[in-house]
Design a protein around this ligand. Structure first.
Ligand code: ADP
Ligand code: MG
Length: 353
């Protein structure tokens, strides 16, 4: 608490897809063990190091246990503000890592072995809540940033833009966002499904189910001291019983992409441009934050909605895990190298939880 802590960055390399295998793509990414990964292709030969590397054979469970996700859930229960974000090119496995394949087929429930970091974290959170004996009040909010507008994915009716404000005490926050209380795994999973269905997805060449927005699901955790005889009219967290307030935020970023390669045009290229603009702002903030604290200049969080919403996680009092996702295919080489450079830089970013 109060000490500088580094962003934890892990890497996940997905298996080659059927299409990639069929057209004979070369595998250019190889895990060397001990958090090292090697990229070798015609004119490139580079090694990168991370806190952990998960290769094509890694199960969803292995990623949950090996990424530090469980500890992150525990820290959130202890009152810290924790964030995990998946980062990488479109089709690199971000949504799969966070939610598993369930996001792709709503009709068939995914097998438990394929559930992603989110469902596993919810289970872990509810277990913690039960085992600690202290009463935790849990609620969730789910937002997306689509074409630089913040929208609520949980409120009924057509999506409308919510204002993003700043205050001295709260930092950046979204006004009027819905926060729904839940007590069971079924309830939070159904909120996740509801929200994900509303999330704007549109088909284009690289990934049929590609997400066209950045999505942020936040679980708010308030621990209230249990008292056998609460005074009448006394709310939770009154001065008599100190309450801790933690948060666990899951960020599924829309993928970076080059407009030409995905065959996007018209509305899709407007989307692609605003996706790329906010990812560029994120990259810019990360490179500035990666400098030693003494040498830092002003961090332009205000350049995009995404960086405003991530300000606390990246440079403030949060604890953050970044899961960089890449494809092993030779065709994705340049995007892969850019993700690897980005992620390596992020390892130097520190926060003060
Ligand atoms: P993104 O969210 O980064 O655009 P997705 O998560 O939608 O990418 O993944 C793209 C495709 O690759 C999907 O069909 C997904 O099921 C598949 N995929 C991704 N990661 C894995 C993995 N680790 N194992 C098996 N299939 C995967
Ligand atoms: Mg996705």
């Amino acid at each position: 608490e109060g000490r500088e802590t580094r962003l934890r960055v892990v890497l996940r390399v997905r298996p080659l897809t059927c299409t990639e295998t069929r057209r004979g793509d070369q595998q250019v990414v190889h895990s060397l063990g001990d958090g090292a990964v090697h990229v070798s292709a015609a004119r490139h030969d580079a090694t990168f190091g991370f806190s952990a590397v998960f290769d094509a054979g890694a199960s969803q469970e292995a990623v949950f246990e090996g990424s530090g996700m469980r500890q992150l859930v525990e820290l959130a229960v202890d009152g810290f503000s924790c964030t995990v974000f998946a980062f990488g090119q479109t089709g690199s496995g971000k949504t799969y890592t966070l939610m598993g394949p369930l996001a792709q087929s709503e009709t068939q429930p995914a097998s438990p072995a394929l559930l992603g970091l989110m469902q596993r974290s919810f289970t872990c959170l509810l277990e913690q809540s039960r085992s600690r004996g202290s009463d935790l009040a849990l609620s969730a909010s789910y937002l997306e940033i689509y074409n630089e507008q913040v929208r609520d994915l949980l409120s009924p009716g057509p999506p409308c833009a919510l204002p993003l404000r700043w205050s001295k005490t709260r930092g950046f926050y979204v006004e009027n966002q819905l926060s729904v209380e839940f007590e069971s795994l079924e309830a939070i999973v159904s909120l996740l499904l509801q929200g994900s269905q509303r999330r704007r997805t549109s088909a284009h060449a690289l990934n049929r189910h590609s997400s066209r927005s950045h999505a942020l699901l936040t679980v708010h955790i308030r621990s209230r001291a249990v008292s056998a005889h609460p005074a009448p009219g006394e709310g939770w967290g009154g001065s008599a019983c100190p309450s801790k307030q933690g948060a666990l935020c899951f960020v599924d970023l829309a993928g970076s992409e080059r407009v030409k390669e995905t065959g996007s045009s018209g509305e899709l290229s407007v989307e692609a441009n605003s996706i790329n603009r906010s990812l560029l702002a994120l990259g810019h903030c990360i490179s500035l934050l990666a400098k030693p604290r003494g040498k830092r200049t002003h961090i332009p969080y205000r350049d995009s909605k995404l960086t405003r919403l991530l300000a606390r996680s990246l440079g403030g009092s949060g604890i953050t895990l970044m899961v960089a996702c890449i494809s092993p295919s030779s065709r994705c080489l340049s995007e892969t190298l850019s993700t690897l450079h980005y992620a390596s830089r992020a390892r130097r970013v520190t926060t003060r939880p």
